[in-house]
Design a protein around this ligand. Structure first.
Ligand code: ATP
Length: 236
């Protein structure tokens, strides 16, 4: 269980996130929706220990405070990030990229077991395990990035706009793979601009506007909300 309370981030005088509160339970997909500049990446970076701003508040992962800890300690505690732009190594094979994700102690003890688990979660990666990542499609590369983050055996997987730059068909594949992560009992914290498809797979969602959470509800209720439809679902 991830419990974020009163999380604020400032860049100099600019307050980019104001007292955010949210939680993610095991096996739950939670989406954070917001326009460009709303503070979505700011929130994720603060959580994962890579913020360039001044961070205050609290983030408890199974009762352990992770806010302000070093990024590697946060991965050890059980929170793994798939960064925007994926951060994978194009010259390496799928399997080599996955193995690189097994560096935390929580994963190293059972590297083979983790690899088997991730490859069974993503059968498409198993078929391609010897392929050089650069030769794969954008959607397949995104799956490698998710697989690599899953190698650390996280309790919560955070993703920063994973659907960016993917075709609608590849987006569908991507969101299906997040359902597999959910089925494995892992909590998913998903930052997205693609409201339509992310609300379809999410359990709950939060709306972030100008650094503040302005609405929180079950995903189906958010999808029906007229304000959400106007702002994020292309309704007039
Ligand atoms: P996008 O979808 O465009 O990535 P976002 O919701 O992720 O948007 P953030 O990147 O979190 O938005 O940015 C929120 C605000 O904080 C913006 O006004 C942005 O200019 C500002 N900001 C982000 N990073 C920094 C930084 N390192 N220094 C100063 N200001 C920043």
């Amino acid at each position: 269980m991830l419990e974020i309370r009163d999380l604020s981030v400032s860049y100099g005088q600019h307050r980019a996130l104001e007292s955010a509160a949210l939680h993610v339970s095991p096996g739950e997909i939670v989406v954070i929706l917001g326009a460009n500049g709303a503070g979505k990446s700011t929130l994720l970076k603060a959580l994962c220990g890579i913020s360039e701003g001044r961070v205050t508040g609290s983030a408890l992962l199974d009762g352990e405070e992770i806010l302000g800890a070093r990024p590697d300690r946060i991965v050890e505690a059980g929170l793994s990030l798939v960064p925007e732009g994926r951060g994978i190594f194009g010259d390496l094979t799928v399997q080599e990229n996955l193995t690189l994700g097994a560096y935390p102690t929580r994963a190293r003890d059972d590297e083979t077991g983790n690899l088997d688990r991730v490859l069974s979660l993503f059968p498409k990666l198993a078929e391609r395990r010897r392929q050089t990542v650069r030769t794969m499609s954008g959607g397949e590369q995104q799956m490698v990035a998710i697989g690599r983050a899953m190698m650390s055996n996280p309790q919560v997987l955070a993703l920063d706009e994973p659907s960016l730059g993917l075709s609608p068909l590849l987006c569908k594949d991507l969101f299906q793979s997040l359902l597999a992560v959910k089925a494995a009992g892992v909590g998913v914290l998903l930052v997205e601009q693609n409201a339509k498809q992310s609300l379809r797979i999410a359990d709950r969602g939060y709306l972030l506007e100008n650094g503040e959470i302005v609405n929180e509800d079950k995903a189906d209720a958010l999808a029906r909300d007229p304000a959400v439809q106007r702002a994020y679902l292309g309704a007039g």
